[in-house]
Design a protein around this ligand. Structure first.
Ligand code: ZN
Length: 126
């Protein structure tokens, strides 16, 4: 392999894998340990004023809300909202949407790198 896979890349890939396999709670626990922040709460069901959104983060309650349980295994959405939690915790801001998306994309890219390094399309299955 030409490029080293770092511990950080493996960590990010693991987070995505946990969310995809429907363990967003565990992913949030590990993310919170990693960034040394309090673990956010996770709830299915939106507060009224955000009822048209897929997901949101309510800073006052340190809670990530998702509109339905399907969203719990959407890594982009979970990581996007975790970014808002992280920013709220570290500097009392929500952070910019663009950066929340980038945060999520960096994790997804790490997952793709790991998946590609195993070349799952060529792996022989028994
Ligand atoms: Zn956002």
């Amino acid at each position: 392999m030409s490029k080293m896979i770092t511990a950080e890349t493996l960590f990010r890939a693991r987070i995505i894998s946990l969310i995809l396999t429907n363990d967003a709670e565990k992913a949030l626990e590990l993310l919170s340990q990693h960034y040394k922040v309090v673990r956010p709460k996770l709830k299915v069901g939106m507060p009224k004023r955000y009822s048209k959104k897929l997901a949101c983060y309510v800073a006052k309650k340190q809670t990530i809300h998702v509109s339905c349980s399907d969203i719990l295994h959407n890594p982009h959405v979970i990581l996007h909202e975790f970014y808002h939690h992280l920013r709220n915790f570290t500097d009392s801001q929500r952070g910019i949407e663009k950066y929340a998306d980038k945060f999520a994309k960096d994790y997804l890219n790490a997952y793709r790198r790991i998946a590609a390094s195993y070349d799952l399309t060529r792996m022989e299955l028994q």
